[in-house]
Design a binder for this molecule. Structure first.
Ligand code: KIV
Ligand code: ZN
Length: 490
């Protein structure tokens, strides 16, 4: 059986507290999801804001391969906006939803079950005029009356729904119970080719187990996010569901169309752009997922990998420390390497990427695949560029001088007893004449070695908003300054 992978990293995943992606970042993730070969990309919730609308519109216009979906409440305005944002998609899907559980209907919607059913039908009828496919979700399905669910799903199928989704909105169900619910729906609905989908949240840590259990019961679509990000405890993790189905094909007898070798890169890109790090012990994509600490295990793996490894990390794209280019590599070799890694850049993007490559290769003799991937994350031309950073620290007093290019040149100096990073960020505040406060500061290295690229992430509070910025350089102070500047000018 083929199971469709519906990725909602850009919609439910973006609802992760502290995450806010720009339109360009969303497009970049969507392109990577297409390389991963997901079946559906839920690009956003167009009515939520002009930025959301624009992101869905741009993804629909530029990303081909997967179906592009947009979320809409069962409300006319939402559905029309979703249809408009999707109008240029190769294949479009409106995903409309309304809650069906007693608690949601009574307190949130203040509507009777009969009214909810009517609104669901009306929404699906309208959506089917505006998109190629229509998905209907009964929000909080796992706390709804199963017989009422049958009634609503049957009505929306008659109205034109092509997929019916069963969300475990609050992560309440268990694998055994969910299996029973999917079986109940399959038995009592006249599906007529309509697919059953599941959407599981992880409040009890059961999202992946519940999704897999639903597949066993016959669900043909799973809704997931990369790295399991999402509201509260997150959603079912794409990589865990997909790799479990692949590793245990013997048991589930189901397969996805996912290009497994893109899993590592997709996980890194999403972690990088959202700023939500992957915990080291996370299944499939955590830094320790394939590390063997015990001597007995190491010995076993050396003798035969499968003694302690049930997944081959190479199949998921975990390599990348190989040196691939150096400072003498030309534009042609650079372009060929990008192609080999699966990136097709426009001429203009290639120019910017190649210039950035030369800048880094001047300082770092040899670049690995991971370095190249990291420099591609930073292709967007910053509004302001850090031209020079000079920092000294003597007996507790740090002094930072920074030169910023913003069309002209501006230089400021600042002192701090809190250390060089504080002095540096104060100098930037002075250059821009702003009052911003550092909320989070993280430095990590891309690959290893003393000349490794330093990647800096900052979250900065400015005018009541928390803004994220990133910087990349072999010099971590320069990367820090650029990250801070990118955040405050976002
Ligand atoms: O969790 C949920 O119920 C949702 C729906 C919109 C599908 O995200
Ligand atoms: Zn959800």
């Amino acid at each position: 059986m083929k199971v469709d992978v519906f990725d909602t990293t850009l919609r439910d995943g973006e609802q992760t507290p502290g995450v806010s992606l720009t339109v360009e970042e969303k497009v970049e993730i969507a392109k990577q999801l297409a390389r991963l070969n997901v079946d559906v990309i839920e690009a956003g919730f167009p009515v939520a804001s002009p930025g959301e609308f624009e992101a869905v519109r741009r993804i629909a216009e530029t990303v081909t391969g997967p179906v592009i979906a947009a979320l809409a409440r069962a409300v006319e305005g939402d559905i029309r906006k979703a249809g408009e944002a999707l109008s240029n998609a190769e294949r479009s899907r409106i995903h409309t939803f309304i809650a069906t559980s007693p608690v949601h209907m009574k307190y949130k919607l203040r509507k009777s079950p009969e009214e909810v059913k009517k609104l669901a039908v009306k929404a699906v009828e309208l959506a089917s005029q505006l998109a190629d496919e229509v998905e209907f979700s009964a929000e909080d399905a796992t706390r709804s009356d199963p017989d009422f669910l049958v009634e609503v799903y049957e009505a929306v199928i008659d109205a034109g729904a092509t997929v019916i989704n069963v969300p475990d909105t609050v992560g309440y169900t268990t694998p055994e119970e969910f299996y029973g619910l999917i079986k109940h729906l399959k038995k009592n609905l006249s599906l007529r080719g309509v697919k059953i989908s599941v959407h599981c949240h992880d409040d009890l840590g059961l999202a992946v187990a519940n999704s897999l259990s639903a597949v066993r019961a016959g669900a043909e679509q799973v809704e997931v996010t990369v790295n399991g990000i999402g509201e509260r405890a997150g959603n079912a993790a794409l990589e865990e569901v997909v790799v479990a189905l692949d590793t245990r094909r013997d048991f589930y007898k189901a397969e996805t169309g996912i290009n497994l070798s893109e899993i590592a890169r997709t996980s890194r890109l999403v972690a990088h752009l959202t700023g939500i790090e992957v915990p080291p012990n996370k299944a499939v994509v955590g830094a320790n997922a394939f590390a063997h600490e015990s001597g007995i295990h190491q010995d076993g793996v050396l003798k035969e990998r499968t003694t302690y490894e049930i997944i081959d990390p190479k199949r998921l794209g975990f390599s990348g420390s190989r040196i691939v280019l150096g400072k003498h590599s030309g534009r042609h070799a650079f372009r060929e390497k990008l192609r080999e890694l699966g990136y097709e850049l426009s001429e203009e993007e290639l120019d910017r990427a190649f210039a950035r490559f030369k800048e880094i290769a001047d300082r770092k003799k040899s670049l690995t695949e991971l370095d190249i991937e990291a420099l591609l994350y930073e292709l967007e031309e910053p509004t302001y560029r850090v031209e020079m950073v000079h920092v000294t620290a003597t007996k507790g007093l740090s002094t930072a001088a920074v030169k910023v290019l913003d069309g002209g040149e501006r230089v400021e100096v600042s002192h701090s007893f809190n250390g060089p990073v504080d002095a540096l960020f104060s100098a930037i505040n002075r250059v821009l004449g702003i009052d911003a406060r550092l909320v989070e500061y993280r430095v990590s290295s891309v690959g290893s070695g003393r000349d490794a690229l330093g990647e800096v992430l900052v979250r900065v509070e400015k005018d009541g908003k928390v803004l994220v910025g990133r910087g990349l350089s072999t010099d971590i102070l320069e990367a820090s300054a650029q990250a801070y500047l990118n955040a405050v000018t976002r």
